[in-house]
Design a binder for this molecule. Structure first.
Ligand SMILES: [Zn+2]
Length: 266
């Protein structure tokens, strides 16, 4: 298998599909972005091994932890405590700053924040005239969002369990989520399913192609397995969206090593 090392040694040979719900970690030579079977070991960090696609450059944890196991990690790491939200004021301020740029896409439109946390972006977009919805796997965060932004609607759900809502949203926002997603095909299906034809999806994620990130990958602060399981650059992110039926509209500048892109559902 192109020299890929077995790590952990608990990988059943039958676990090859990333599209179904896995309870076990999955080792694969196949790139989830371009489908090439040319992925080779790149680097280890904290006992986790990353592979890189020889064709498109996509970098991902290999073996990939199961989504079920990752969701358990998030539930253990719930960021809220005692009914309050850490740094709520600065989160709200930053959300307004960000939300302003989306007003042309969101005014009097239905918006969904995937991985909304305490609901600050949904609340900000709503104040600026949108009909706001959000969901997050962290139930405590959703409880907070419901109390703080009663005019918006929030759901406690993992992305795999977020059913319905077909074609309902004009604008889907998902910030710093896709790098956490072990089951990329299911996540892309969700984006395609809930966005109305002609609607937009805005994604942010760390940019592994950024000249601003440390040259040595393992020194990059966001290079943090198993929380971040994969890394995109502009080309690989555009590719995965094009495969799912979107077209790239524009990339927004970022002062750090972030990738911020807007896509349109065709
Ligand atoms: Zn690839």
């Amino acid at each position: 298998m192109n020299g890929i090392q077995e790590v952990g040694g608990s990988i059943p040979p039958s676990s090859t599909s990333l599209g179904s719900r896995q309870m076990t970690d999955v080792q694969t030579p196949q790139c989830a972005v371009c489908g090439a079977m040319e992925c080779v070991h790149l680097v280890d960090k904290d006992g986790y091994a990353f592979s890189k696609c020889g064709k498109c450059g996509f970098v991902f944890l290999n073996p990939m932890p199961s989504q079920t196991n990752l969701n358990e990690i998030y539930e253990d790491q719930a960021v809220t405590s005692g009914g309050d939200y850490p740094k709520a004021r600065s989160r709200m301020r930053r959300a307004y700053g960000r939300a302003l740029r989306f007003v042309p896409y969101t005014f009097r439109k239905k918006v969904l924040d995937i991985g909304c946390g305490g609901g600050f972006m949904v609340g900000a977009l709503s104040k600026l005239g949108a009909d706001g919805y959000g969901f997050d796997v962290d139930e405590t965060a959703i409880d907070y969002a419901r109390r703080r932004f009663p005019n918006c609607q929030f759901f406690a759900s993992s992305f795999e369990d977020f059913q319905g809502h077909e074609g309902q949203y004009d604008f889907v926002y998902s910030s710093e989520v896709i790098e956490h997603v072990a089951d990329l095909p299911t996540f892309m299906d969700l984006l395609k399913r809930v966005t109305r034809p002609g609607g937009y999806v805005y994604i942010t994620t760390p940019d592994i192609g950024s000249p601003r990130r440390p040259k040595n990958l393992v020194e990059w602060d966001v290079f943090s397995p198993p929380i971040h399981v994969q890394f995109f650059d502009e080309n690989t992110l555009a590719h995965v969206f094009e495969q799912a039926g979107f077209i790239p509209i524009r990339r927004f500048p970022d002062s750090k090593s972030g990738l911020k892109m807007l896509f349109k559902n065709t």
